[in-house]
Design a binder for this molecule. Sequence first.
Ligand code: MLT
Length: 350
Amino acid sequence: MPVKVDPTSTHARVTPSHALLASDTAASLSSCCDGSLLSALELTVESVSEILALATLLEQENPLKRAERLAKRRIALLFYESSTRTRTSFELAAKGLGADTTLVSSLSSSIEKGETLKDTGLTLRALGAEAIILRHPNSGAPWLLERETGLPVLNAGDGMHEHPSQALLDLRTILAHLRPGTEKVTAKTLAGVTICIVGDILHSRVARSNMLLLPKLGARVVLCGPKELLPEVAAQAGPGIEIERDFTKAIGQSQVVMMLRIQAERLAGLQLDLEEYKASYQLTEERLAAHTPEALVMHPGPIIRGLELTGEVADGPKSLILEQVHHGVAIRMALVLRALTQPTQKGVGA
Ligand code: MLT
């Protein structure tokens, strides 16, 4: 079923189960600007290799030289949801390349007065923005913004749908530990690696982008969580994805354990027994030691200590949580540079 984007609406919507069946949306939701990154589905192994190589080049470049790359170019960050890591790292990335950035958030702009996404996007374009980094509560919003403005758009999280830059920084973190020095990836780079994603899969755009990206490099993705947060249909989201509801069995076969926050803001009335949840799915030191002592622990943040994982695990020797944050800047520098240096439009837009 194709996703319908209503140009008169402020947003497009993709339902959670529809979003899980990402291959359905692939045909109907392709981006129209080469520099855009809207979905992990668009990423080929070649483009991933290019982004990883560019991230390393930019990270190692002399900061003064790097700041000449996009000197005085204008980039807008349009955030309709709160964010710490994603917003700050995109902003630091753009500034590190010399760009002028402006942040528009829903609480301090005309969005509060009812301005549509289309009108806000056109306003930013009229102000000289050459690319827009968008976070929006509605799945599909970046496609609408890109189509209406004709500008490259970087999806910084759209509702329950996707967060492709997070998947790329997660990949860079995994490679740094399991395949150090690898930038040119292939369909076999992560062969033999099992990555377990645990918790609120249904509402997690991070889970979705990771489960679409990691199998392209040969990884096996095991999803784990209760039925309310992990419907069976999730296994059909793409190749290389399985479901294992028993937490200890799932982590026991994994080299990487990626924990997720319960997305309380998206539960829409769903009642969860948190004590039961913790008893079944909380990552504790004891569980790690007993079932997968060597596994790397990841989490996109924000973490809720004492819920999906304990503070000891978050701060423990296997935790890569802050390393993930660190990799975000290099990946987002690569994405921002790519957005402004490949702005060829594929047809639609302004
Ligand atoms: C997100 O924006 O999706 C976060 O990185 C993950 C979360 O909010 O739990």
